[in-house]
Every structure is written in C-alpha cells, then in structure tokens.
Design a protein. Structure first.
Lengths: 111, 114
C-alpha cells in the first residue's frame, strides 16, 4: 500500500462545478496534513493546511478523518484557474520533519 | 524577491558527468530539503538539513552528496550522472520546530541526461 494514495484523475469539470478529492494515508500516527497545488512545470505551492476540525479558505474546504485515515479537499464554484494538480501531503514522522507526497490528482476545469 | 531560489533552472548534460545544483533561501528558515520529482510526477524526499546538520538521508545513491555551508544554503552535487537521474529536483525550506510547518519550494531544476 502506498503511504499516501490519491486518484490521479484527471477530473474534467465545467466552470462553476463543485469537485472533491480524497486522499488516504497509511500511518495512523501521522501528525500534520496539507494540500499543495502544482501547476504544469511549476513548483508545488501550499494551498492549505488541514486541521482536525476541518477548515475552509474561500471556495476551498479541507477535512480530516483520522479514524478512516483520509483527507479530502472540496472546491466550490470551480474557476478555470483552478486547473492544476492537487497534491495530498502528510507529515508522517514529526522527528524527521519529512513530508510524504501523494502523486497528485489532476483537475481540468473547462469553460 | 524570490524566497527559495535554485540554479540552474535547466541542466542538460551527458552521462558520466559531475554537476551541482545550488539552492538559497531568504526566509530565515532553519530546515532545507532536496526532493526529486520523476517522470511520473512523484515527489520524493532525498535529504534534509537542519541548521547545517544532516537529519534525513533517504535511500539515495552515494553519487548524490548534499552540502550546507550555512543554514540559508543547501547545494546538491551529483557524480557520474546516469540516465535515471533525469528528473526535476526541488529545493524547499521550512521553519524548524513543530511538525505543522509547511514547506516552501524553489521553482525546480530540470536535469536531462543525454
């Protein structure tokens, strides 16, 4: 089983749609969780941290389910500029401070 | 004002050569990292330094040697380059202390081995 697993997609959605991505992680002791965004041929950029109680940032909502070991990202009212690869990222070992990246879910928002 | 900068952005070289990639961050972070992103877009940690001290050294061939002259710089030297080394190499940095610190990435070095 991969340490961090995501559906690679692509998810093709029309503008204005709501889309959700899930991600599962293998280590139940994982401490911190993030969603990063990576545009084609660019570096990953932090989209948002994921908190235990769930958190929202504008059109983006992140949820964490520790019991089932998954994280989700919900994007409402999709924009063309949301087209990117969304990386689920987990810090599995606080001592090492190493992030484990999922292979990403590609989103294509179409006009 | 680039926060994490890497040079060069592109590196095309022949098999067997030795090359270096440099990274600098001006965020005042204590921890720096090297990641490799292969053709399948999978991003994997290679090394991490905290305040010039090596703290993570994943299963990476000995041909790869990181060096951190100070906490704002982390360079990567690669000896005897092989075809399989072709990838995008990302440098990143984060604040030390606490597991909830996100990482800031440089814009990558695209290494192509001929």
């Amino acid at each position: 089983r991969k340490e961090v697993e995501q559906d690679p997609g692509p998810f093709n959605v029309p503008e204005g749609a709501t889309v959700a991505f899930n991600c599962t992680y293998s280590n139940s002791a994982s401490q911190s969780f993030f969603w990063y965004r990576q545009d084609c041929r660019k570096e990953p950029k932090l989209l948002m941290s994921v908190y235990s109680s769930g958190n929202e940032d504008g059109r983006f909502t992140a949820q964490l389910n520790r019991a089932s070991q998954y994280i989700s990202l919900l994007i409402r009212d999709s924009k063309l500029s949301d087209s990117a690869t969304y990386l689920c990222v987990v810090n599995m070992d606080t001592g090492r401070r190493a992030l484990t990246f999922g292979s990403g879910t590609r989103l294509q928002v179409q006009p | 004002d680039t926060a994490v900068s890497q040079t060069p952005k592109y590196l095309v070289t022949q098999m067997g050569n030795d090359k270096s990639i440099k990274c600098e961050q001006n965020l005042g972070h204590d921890t720096m990292y090297w990641y490799k992103q292969d053709s399948k877009k999978f991003l994997k940690i290679m090394f991490s330094y905290n305040n010039k001290e090596l703290i993570i050294n994943e299963t990476v061939p000995n041909r790869f040697s990181p060096k951190s002259p100070d906490k704002a710089h982390l360079n990567l030297h690669i000896n005897s380059l092989e075809l399989g080394d072709s990838a995008v190499y990302f440098c990143a940095s984060s604040q030390a202390g606490g597991a909830n610190q996100p990482q800031h990435f440089g814009d990558g070095t695209r290494l192509s081995i001929l």
